[in-house]
Design a protein around this ligand. Structure first.
Ligand SMILES: Cc1ncc(COP(=O)(O)O)c(C=O)c1O
Length: 378
């Protein structure tokens, strides 16, 4: 009954584990959910109020496919001033979540049989989007700090696209200017397109975030993707965006017009408030994430579990190869410790030795998680 194309798409492991954790919690068990990729903070109040006002003002009708003009203007300004990207409002499309931006960009950029390079353990949805476009993943290996190793080896005559995701999910790795320069040189030498997924841009701990599209000659081969879910704790609002070369954006817009029509009108108004309003709450979330990161990394290391210090996002990606590998340890965490974590294998073949722990949960819960892990491995 189901098309071959759809049958090749697997269920999202992160959502599956989160559902299992919620089921156990509903049974009354004290589950610590470190499986989810969503901030545990509330959306800042001024953002909620702007959506409410917008609804009362009658902004409850269809929006233009690429987004309301005020939001496209605010996004273009943000991309120009913060990211050094030569973007006008015409180059921007707003989407219901950055996930839709990733999906649309990949469909617009890849043909049947094309290859896309993913660098080490990568966010769970890239591969299905690539498969859906008829393409294939070429996995590039990474070192112990999750920086690309021998990227050129992953490039073949069929390679069309590289995805850069810094700060990255699941590893939290941040790529510095030199690394981005190397990726840029390869993209130019091999005439490749680049997707830069910058959704964790603001959740970064001291390192500089650089948009690869701002490097010389990259603007006309890079699609930059971002969104509001992580920076402004707006996961449920479903609001993201992409900006890139006109020729690609023309087809992205057609895909959006025939699928989702547009992002929700009053949610877009909330996006304007998020970008143009006060940033203090967003900054406070990052400060809190940093404290939790330090707590979790040092806690795991003191239990003898190797764990690289992530430069951004809100995940740690410890190496549990000595504890039976990622799949088995994630099972044990849930069964023996009532802790939801995502096995690293969900993020590609390079992730099998790891589990991803999200620290989008309170310091008290993380301390309790470390106590439970200590009991399991001690
Ligand atoms: C790397 C990455 N990109 C994109 C997304 C999509 O975010 P959203 O669709 O909520 O905007 C996520 C969410 O988990 C992510 O981790």
């Amino acid at each position: 009954m189901v098309s071959e194309r759809m049958a090749s798409i697997q269920e999202s492991t992160t959502l599956k584990i989160s559902a299992e954790a919620k089921r156990l919690a509903a049974e009354g068990l004290d589950v610590i959910d470190m499986g989810v990729g969503e901030p545990d903070f509330d959306t800042p109040r001024h953002i909620i109020e702007s959506a409410y006002r917008s609804m009362l003002d009658g902004e409850t009708h269809y929006a233009p496919t690429n987004g309301i003009p005020d939001l496209r203007k605010a996004i273009a300004k943000k991309l120009r001033t913060e990211n050094n990207l030569p973007v006008t409002p015409d180059d921007v499309a707003v989407t219901p979540g950055a996930k839709m931006a990733v999906f649309a960009a990949i469909q617009a950029m890849m043909d049947q049989g094309d290859e896309c390079v993913l660098i080490g353990p990568s966010w769970v949805s890239y591969e299905p989007c690539i498969t859906f476009a008829g393409g294939q993943v070429s996995w590039a290996s990474v070192d112990q700090r999750f920086q690309p190793l021998d990227l050129a080896e992953a490039i073949t005559s069929r390679t069309r696209l590289i995805v850069v995701n810094s700060p990255g999910n699941p590893t939290g790795a941040v790529f510095g200017r030199r690394m981005l320069q190397e990726i840029r040189d390869l993209a130019i030498d091999h005439d490749l397109l680049v997707i830069s997924d910058e959704i964790y841009e603001k959740i970064i701990y001291g390192e500089e975030h650089i948009s690869i599209g701002s490097l010389p000659d990259m603007a006309d081969r890079t699609v930059t993707i971002n969104g509001f879910s992580k920076s402004y704790a707006m996961t449920g609002w479903r609001l993201g965006y992409l900006a890139g070369p006109k020729e690609i954006m023309k087809y992205v817009s057609r895909l959006l017009s025939h699928s989702v029509s547009s992002a929700t009108t009053f949610v877009q108004r909330a996006g304007v408030a998020a970008l143009e309003g006060p940033q203090e709450e967003a900054d406070r979330m990052v400060k809190e994430f940093r404290i939790r990161r330090d707590l979790l990394v040092s806690g795991l290391q003191s239990l003898g579990i190797p764990c690289a210090m992530p430069g951004g996002a809100f995940y740690v990606f410890p190496d549990v190869s000595a504890l039976g590998g990622g799949d088995s340890f994630a099972q044990r965490l849930l069964k023996e410790g009532l802790m939801a974590a995502t096995p690293g294998s969900a993020f590609g073949p390079g992730g099998a030795d790891y589990v991803r722990l999200s620290y989008a949960t309170s310091q008290e819960r993380l301390t309790e998680a470390l106590r439970r892990i200590g009991r399991m491995v001690g």
